[in-house]
Design a protein around this ligand. Structure first.
Ligand code: 4NP
Length: 152
């Protein structure tokens, strides 16, 4: 059975598009489907932030075809795992959960690196380009572990 993985941040233009692009580059698309969404509707229909597109490109990944969308309750039915970037995303997604099964699907993406520490992927939107490289490296490190877990 194909596993379905959703990446979630606030705007779906900076962090979760990078997360989607990195994971998509590491997996067999027949086995794993990856998508991303934002908790807000602020940038629906937009391409990723140019700084995210440029950062991904530096590492050989093209995310320019992605378009932002808002997280919806139906995502709990359509995805097996929902990875959020920070504690605010976590609280926003959990507040939409209908039951315990929905809640169990939601995880902070950096939990695989430091379980129980509630580490956050910092929002790079208002910072400089280095914030995007920092985000990329954190995500890459987390995915090295997540990809192994998904293939078990
Ligand atoms: P993201 O970053 O949640 O990683 O996509 C942000 C993008 C836009 C805004 C905030 C964060 N904004 O305030 O518009």
């Amino acid at each position: 059975m194909q596993k379905k993985i959703l990446m979630v941040c606030l705007g779906n233009i900076c962090r979760s598009p990078l997360a989607e692009g990195i994971l998509a580059s590491k997996i067999d698309k027949n086995k794993i489907l990856v998508d991303s969404a934002g908790t807000s509707n602020w940038h629906v229909g937009k391409t990723p932030d140019p700084r995210s597109i440029a950062t991904a490109k530096q590492f050989g990944i093209d995310i320019s075809n992605q378009r932002a969308r808002q997280f919806t309750v139906s995502d709990f039915d359509n995805f097996d795992h929902i990875y959020v970037m920070d504690n605010s995303n976590y609280n926003d997604v959990i507040s939409l959960a209908r039951n315990e099964e929905d809640k169990q699907k939601v995880k902070r993406i950096l939990d695989v690196l430091a379980p129980g520490e509630s580490l956050e992927v910092p929002d790079p939107y208002y910072g400089g380009d280095s914030g995007f490289t920092n985000v990329y490296k954190m995500l890459e490190e987390a995915f090295d572990i997540i990809v192994k877990e998904l293939s078990d």
